[in-house]
Design a protein around this ligand. Structure first.
Ligand code: XMP
Length: 192
């Protein structure tokens, strides 16, 4: 798996230091207020689990399912697969946590939907921010790192379902996704 990585952008030590910083910001913002961390699956599960363990104040945890990339590196139609139960949303302060803020469509849409379903407040926290790719007006309230405009994997982020378990963030070698895209266009599975 590591041979498929062109270059490491964030080492494990850098990642954990960034999460310490953002966790302190979140803690200061929510001290004295009940809140729920809503992790956007699947990509944010690694970040969310490290983040919540660095927030030393009471919180609850919920999950929302959304996907926009299918098997490739090009954003497709956004699908929301499931939401927390109504009682986990209604009247609650929610902190929506995602792996990466790219075009901004996912978090904009999920924030609006959670507000529509009766959340008291919705704020957002992202592991990575790729501002160069933004196509809608949306900024996160908290972010751990800004990254350049590259397709990145690791630490929860995948390509065709793989690489989420890498402990660092890296850029994939171009031939890896070129081969996978060729396989897909020939009707096969990118994992083949
Ligand atoms: P939007 O465009 O809605 O995208 O802000 C957010 C979702 O897109 C996925 N995404 C990526 N996944 N490497 C990935 O593995 C990337 O470089 C990348 N850019 C966007 C991701 O699932 C995120 O939740």
């Amino acid at each position: 798996m590591q041979d498929d990585i062109e270059r490491i952008l964030l080492s494990e030590a850098e990642i954990l230091a960034g999460i310490d910083r953002v966790a302190a910001e979140v803690t200061a913002a929510y001290r004295g207020r009940e809140f729920t961390v809503v992790s956007v699956l699947k990509g944010s599960c690694v970040f969310a689990s490290d983040l919540i363990r660095r927030i030393p104040i009471p919180l609850e945890l919920a999950f929302v399912g959304a996907s926009s990339y299918g098997d490739g590196t090009v954003a497709g139609e956004l699908q929301t697969n499931f939401f927390p139960a109504d009682q986990e949303i209604s009247g609650r302060n929610l902190l929506l946590v995602d792996d990466i803020l790219d075009t901004g469509r996912t978090l904009q849409r999920l924030s609006r939907e959670l507000e529509h379903r009766g959340a008291r407040s919705v704020r957002t926290c992202v592991f990575l921010d790729k501002p160069a790719r933004r196509s809608v007006e949306f900024e996160a309230d908290f972010r751990a790192f800004e990254v350049e405009n590259l397709f990145v994997v690791g630490y929860g982020l995948d390509f065709a379902g793989r690489y989420r378990n890498l402990p660092f963030v890296g850029a994939l070698r171009e031939e890896i996704y070129a081969t996978a895209m060729r396989t897909l266009s020939e009707g096969g599975s990118p994992g083949a």
